[in-house]
Design a protein around this ligand. Sequence first.
Ligand code: HDE
Length: 702
Amino acid sequence: MSKRAASKPASQADPSTSRGAGAEIHQTTRDGYDALTTQQGTPVADDQNTLRQGARGPALIEDSHFREKIFHFDHERVPERVVHARGYGAHGFFETYESLANLTRADLFQRAGEKTPVFVRFSTVAGNKGSFDLARDVRGFAVKFYTKEGNWDLVGNNIPVFFIQDAIKFPDLVHAVKEEPDRGFPQAQSAHDNFWDFVSLMPESMHMIMWIMSDRAIPRSFRFMEGFGVHTFRLVDARGRATFVKFHWKPKLGLQSVLWNEAVKINGADPDFHRRDLWNAVQSGDFPEWELRLQTFDQAFADGFDFDILDATKIVPEEIVPPKPVGRMVLNRMPENFFSETEQVAFMTQNIVPGIDFTDDPLLQGRNFSYLDTQLKRLGGPNFTHLPINAPKCPVHLFQQDGHMAFQNPKGRANYEPNSWGPKIGGPRESPEHGFTTFAEEAMGSKARLRPESFADHYSQARLFYVSQTKVEQKHIADALTFELSKCEAPAIRERVVAHLLNVDQGLAESVAGGLGLSKLPQAAPAAVATRTDLAPSDALSILKRGPSHFKGRKLGVLMTDGLDTRLLSALEAAAKKEGAVVERVAPAVGGVKANDGSVLPAHHKVDGAPSVLFDAVAVLAGEEGSSALASLPPARDFVTDAYAHYKFIGFTPQAAPLLAKVGLTPEHLDEGFLELGGKEDAEALIAACRKLRFWDRTNGA
Ligand code: HDE
């Protein structure tokens, strides 16, 4: 183009045809699109070129469309959450099984079958917004119930205890775990000196450390993890009688985690593994579901515990107080816009409804102070409840007004109370019969900064958690501790942590000390209260002891080659479908493979981009034609090697033998986790075997 010629954008309509036409013409383009407008609604004629003085001249300040567009772009970001920055949400409903009127007056629990809309946001804690999903971390599990009597936010985690007992230590904990301030790394991981330095000086964190070093901290996906309200709350009935309650979410699909070696690789192969999983499940109609269960007990019962129910580093074992199912939550709709909903949602622990109340847990009390503050900072003003995701779905009547971005100011003349304008225009009034009333707890004592004696036992429940695990799970905890502490540069920090582990379990401490290459065991850390070794192990604390007996909701990765038997693939897909599982096809090229009947079978993934860590089980459906080429393909070799190392079930056709042999899996090495596939029955047998999820009997896995 000549330097002097002005470019005429394709979208620029001929002014003679559009001028003077009716309003509808301004709202749509000639080819049927909505007309692009400015924020003020003015139709835009040219969105390709800034307004200039001559084709090659300077930009003009009167270009308000450009100014508005860039101004808005420059302000697209709001501060990310200080913690739980990386999250993913979904809409759904909560359905009450039966009336709980005997326990609480909370409206959502009054009627069997009542459905309450919810929005849930899952998150990691330590990483920034752009970090990867499979960080070793506690997961946030925050639920906003839009009840008929206001929003109730149950802002929980997938681990039922916390690192600290008093909210005043939260900034220290978070500073310690996040990137070190001088260097700005490591990101989204606790494997560094500052975190373990803090932990080693805070014995109250030991119980949480057991959980966070367990496989709970690397869940297979949000759909396979539990949720907990963590603190003890209160339910209050219509007569004002209170019962203590702990909230539990149980995933219908069962619990499942990945191995650390898988987590590391998933983060590279698909950093969005968890969000993609939730998106795919909901979009395909496989709606994830959790059951809400309540542990309830009264003061007299609580007095019988040897720990304090106000201490968030303690659990009430499920064997002592079995959680009672009271309803189910189904997530059935993804947000239409990630920012508007998942980013702008503002959870606050202080959002409770009549019939639910707090306890004096010092962590909860501190949280109730913090969340409002954080929303003001993040969302920029006091009117964030006007955003659709935060707005209650019940009537809201109040005298609060104005402020940034107010778009629901109260109507009418009365904006104060008392007034004498009468019910029609005088605005709302308080309702003592129905309104929220705080449980009338007696409180006494002098003002002081004190930690109660009843919070002093830091090791007994850490030990309880450890001894309740299977051998495989115990090894994972020891390996995780060894890995994390090996990343600490200061030997004194490693030793201090081992000194605490000696109060948890001698074998665990020895194993970690051995893994770290400590020349001798340190002295056990001084303990305010001796560790109880007589607590009955709790199977509910183990993932593997309660593994699912189905493969539903899981994913089989099928590596295909040219010449594969289409009937076998169909049989495998049918068996998986019957089970409620998903099959994804992987091939040397994403265009697919040519099957033995001449048909072309498209693939979901090229093998380089779909390592076996993305699947719960795999099958290698090689055919004659593709067999030897597959064996010489490095990512195909990794596909099998990893599946083997990760204890996965592996289906294979005889033509896969060259690939298996290439990675040392000659026939004498194939254990019962390998299933040869010939026909329909074998396909069904593979899916049936996969119900165990992993073949733990394999002796030399990762
Ligand atoms: Fe939070 N926490 N927290 N927290 N928390 C936040 O609020 C805080 C704690 C939890 O998906 C912040 O909106 C303090 C325990 C979840 O949007 C902030 C203390 C548990 C989410 C905050 C805790 C949680 C948050 C940051 C110590 C499990 C994400 C952004 C007393 C029961 C919610 C925000 C979402 C978020 C403060 C401890 C769960 C700064 C002071 C214990 C799931 O307000």
